[in-house]
Each structure stands twice: as C-alpha cells, then as structure tokens.
Write a protein that binds this ligand. Structure first.
Ligand SMILES: C[S@@+](CC[C@H](N)C(=O)[O-])C[C@H]1O[C@@H](n2cnc3c(N)ncnc32)[C@H](O)[C@@H]1O
Length: 275
C-alpha cells in the first residue's frame, strides 16, 4: 500500500517536472521570437534558476504566461534581460594580465601604427575605458578606436555615461586616477578624451554577425554562461573578427582547448594570435 502511494507521488512529480520542462522549452522559443536571444545556448540550470526567482517574484504562474506579459510590458522585459546577464566588472580586472597585454601591444604597434579594438561583452564599460587608457599611453588620438558591445542595453547606457564608484577603480594606479578621471563627490568621471575613441553598440555574441575587423579583441568573463555549442560559435566569431597578427585577450573562463581549430595560435596564457 505504502509502496504504491510513494510510487504515485513519484509519477506525479515526474509529470509535474515534464510540464515544467515543456513550459520552459516553449518560453525559450517565445523569448527568442521576442528578443532574438537564444537561451538554448546558455547553460540551462543556471539560467532557469535565475529567471525562475524573478518569475515567482512577479507572481507569474508559468514561464509562458511570464513571456506573454513581457510582450506587453517593456519594463518587465528589461527587468528580465538584466536578470539574465551578470554584469560584474572593474577597470583593469586582473591587472597582471593587462600588464602582459601592454607588452603584447608594444609588439603589435611595431607592425600596426593604428589599432582598432573590440571589447566584446563590455558590461558597464570599465574594460573598454581600460583599453582606452592603455592605448592612449602609446598612440595619439585618432590613431586608435574601440568598439564596445554588450547584449544588455541598460549596461551600455551606464557605460556611455562613464561615471563610476571608487570600488570600480581599485586596480587603477594613483597616477592614472589623477590623469584619466575627474572626481565628483563619491563618483569618478572618465576623461572626455578617453571617451571619444570608444563607441558602444548593442551586440549579441551568439546571434549577431561580427561587428567589424580588429587588431585587438578582448572577450573576458562571459563564456562561462554558455553551452559548449555556444562557446564554439563565439570562438569562431572572435577569430573571424581578427585581422592577421591580431591579438585575442581572454579571461580564465574563455581559454580555448584547440585554438588551431579557429586559426588561432596560443601566444601566452590568456592570449591568442591570429595566424
Ligand atoms: C561578467 S560581465 C563581463 C564584463 C567584462 N568583460 C569583464 O570581464 O569584466 C558579462 C557580460 O556579458 C554580457 N553578455 C551575456 N550574454 C551575452 C551575449 N549573448 N552577447 C553579448 N554579451 C553578453 C552581459 O550582459 C555582461 O555585461
């Protein structure tokens, strides 16, 4: 008797799980139609957990009904988009690696007198402005440009403003702080001259075509969210976007197991060069 009862609970649980899975599958399709973002290429458990908390908070009985509401409410959609993305960043994140980049840059400049760079998944802009600081030490204005992209429009707005709390500047040295920022109470404003070479653009690494050809591409701390298929797609794009001799600078989560499959040569830990 007891056994039969627990069996029926199990079967009940299984069918509820199946309904929940189907609901999420349908949600992914609807969300793709609405935003062009392919959630199937994001690690499922992680993403589902993040979105589920928000769905429950908004008192939506299912993922499908949640998406139907998003179609009607821009605010709900924006909130969901911000929850999907994790935007933690800072200037010169892992500074020692930026020091290696600086040495690579001097070599790159001996063959390329002008540099075009791409900060892919730039979040609130600290990475792009770090590049601007670095490049401005070696190149006159007009000799370098930086395209900074992210899928999340909200962070791009902040990036465009270029105003930061002190904690974002922890790895900025005092000399750079004085030279490249203006203090305004508790806030730090990035110098206008450093903003000029930087252009921000909404871009989805998974579904949009590469946004140009570059000598230097920085893509860090984003691939951790994607499935292996998603990662492969992005590696292909990063390689495609590099000019010959171009340098790719990645984070710990972006290291490539078989760089030769993407016409890339490992140059040093966290760096690859286009053949
Ligand atoms: C943790 S931040 C990394 C910021 C910066 N690159 C760094 O290393 O400090 C990850 C960023 O990836 C962005 N992102 C997530 N999915 C993306 C996608 N499909 N295409 C472009 N950017 C994406 C998020 O919006 C977020 O701003």
């Amino acid at each position: 008797m007891g056994h039969g009862f627990s069996q029926s609970i199990e079967t009940g649980d299984q069918s509820m799980n199946a309904v929940a899975d189907k609901d999420y599958e349908q949600f992914k399709q609807m969300f793709f139609q609405l935003t062009g973002i392919n959630l199937s290429l994001y690690k499922e458990d992680q993403m589902k957990r993040r979105l589920n908390t928000l769905r429950i908070k908004r008192e939506m009985p299912s993922f499908v009904s949640y998406c139907l509401q998003m179609r009607k409410s821009d605010q709900l959609l924006k909130e969901c988009l911000s929850r999907m993305t994790i935007n933690v960043t800072e200037f010169f994140r892992n500074r020692q690696r930026w020091d290696v980049l600086e040495s690579k840059l001097t070599a790159l400049l001996s063959v390329k007198p002008r540099i075009s760079a791409w900060s892919a998944a730039c979040s609130t802009g600290e990475e792009a402005y770090s590049l601007s600081i670095l490049l401005s030490k070696y190149l006159q204005p007009g000799r370098f440009s930086i395209l900074a992209t992210d899928v999340d429009e909200k962070v791009l707005q902040q990036a465009h403003e270029g105003i930061y709390l002190e904690r974002a500047l922890e790895s900025v040295n005092p000399e750079e702080r004085d030279r490249f920022f203006r203090r305004d109470g508790l806030l730090y404003r990035i110098d206008e001259k450093l903003k000029q070479p930087v252009r921000f653009l909404r871009h989805d690494l998974l579904s949009d075509p590469v946004p140009g050809q570059f000598d230097l591409v920085v893509c860090r701390n984003v691939l951790i969210y994607f499935t292996n298929e998603g990662k492969k797609r992005i590696y292909r794009k990063l390689s495609e976007s590099l000019n010959s001799h171009g340098v790719l600078f990645v984070g710990s989560t972006e290291q490539i197991f078989h760089p030769e499959e993407y016409a890339l040569k490992p140059a040093e830990t966290f760096f690859y060069e286009k053949g």
